[in-house]
Design a protein. Structure first.
Length: 270
């Protein structure tokens, strides 16, 4: 993966052609996903206790986040504000708010008079982050084995089966969604809010690296085998084993991500 030669012009060209149109003027859309259904809330707004829906800036930030994760917006690219406003059908205000959200997540860097740039982590940055993430993921696994309810384990098993189905269909996006869903469900089942929040924040910064690692067919298959082993250990409530396996899984991703960062840095100096 290389840096664009003319980054200010390249970002819009890399956007997916089926980019959804966001509604202008700060209009909000109601959540209709699993969380709404689980809470028993109506999408038509007939429940006076309905949970507030996301702002337009949050919707734009999520769309850009997905484009960063899947590599449409590559590390190092500058985000062209005017072209993104046209493609997303939004004004500058929600787009700039979205930039700030992504900057807080560690996904973009804001520079005065230059705009927003997708962060390209160095090989050293990648190594340091995954070292910490491996410890956190191992800890979430061990605590989940000790503290998770039977229903939480059943939900983790359902997400794992969905991941296997997506792998069998070679649907990378569905696979990654279920795979990350499994990791986040394990983190939640550890019942440690500080751990869950720290894990979520660090994981956001490397989701693009984790996603792209599965574009290698051998690594994808290896990742599936890893999940099979640590989910089985979790369901057996074998905390020591699941901790070890989840650490090893993260460290395998570390090696691949470091190689990609090293190759990118070498390409940028040519």
């Amino acid at each position: 993966m290389v840096y664009p030669e003319h980054p200010a012009q390249d970002a819009p060209a890399m956007l997916a052609p089926d980019l959804p149109q966001a509604r202008a003027g700060g209009e909000r859309g109601r959540r209709t996903g699993p969380a709404t259904a689980a809470a028993g809330l109506s999408a038509e707004g007939d429940d006076p206790l309905a949970i507030a829906h996301p702002t337009l800036a949050a919707v734009v930030a999520e769309r850009l986040r997905q484009l960063i994760i899947d590599g449409t917006l590559v590390p190092g690219v500058w985000l062209n504000e005017r072209d993104l406003c046209e493609r997303l059908r939004v004004s500058r205000t929600p787009l700039r708010e979205a930039y700030r959200i992504l900057a807080a997540d560690g996904l973009v860097m804001l520079l005065p008079k230059r705009g927003a740039q997708v962060i390209a982590m160095s090989e050293r940055d990648v190594a340091d982050l995954f070292d910490v993430l491996a410890v956190l993921e191992g800890l979430t696994g061990r605590l989940a084995a000790e503290k998770a309810s039977d229903e939480e384990l059943a939900q983790i098993a359902r997400l794992h089966r969905a991941m296997l189905d997506a792998y069998a269909a070679r649907d990378l996006h569905a696979y990654y969604e279920a795979s990350m869903g499994t990791h986040l469900a394990i983190s939640a089942a550890a019942h440690n809010p500080t751990l869950a929040d720290t894990h979520r924040r660090l994981n956001l910064r490397v989701q693009n690296l984790r996603f792209r690692s599965n574009q290698d067919r051998d690594e994808w298959a290896h990742g599936v085998e890893d999940h099979q082993r640590f989910v089985a250990a979790l369901l057996a409530r074998d905390g020591a084993t699941v901790e070890r396996l989840m650490r090893e899984h993260a460290l395998q991703k570390r090696a691949l991500a470091m190689r990609e960062a090293r190759e990118r840095e070498a390409a940028a100096t040519r």
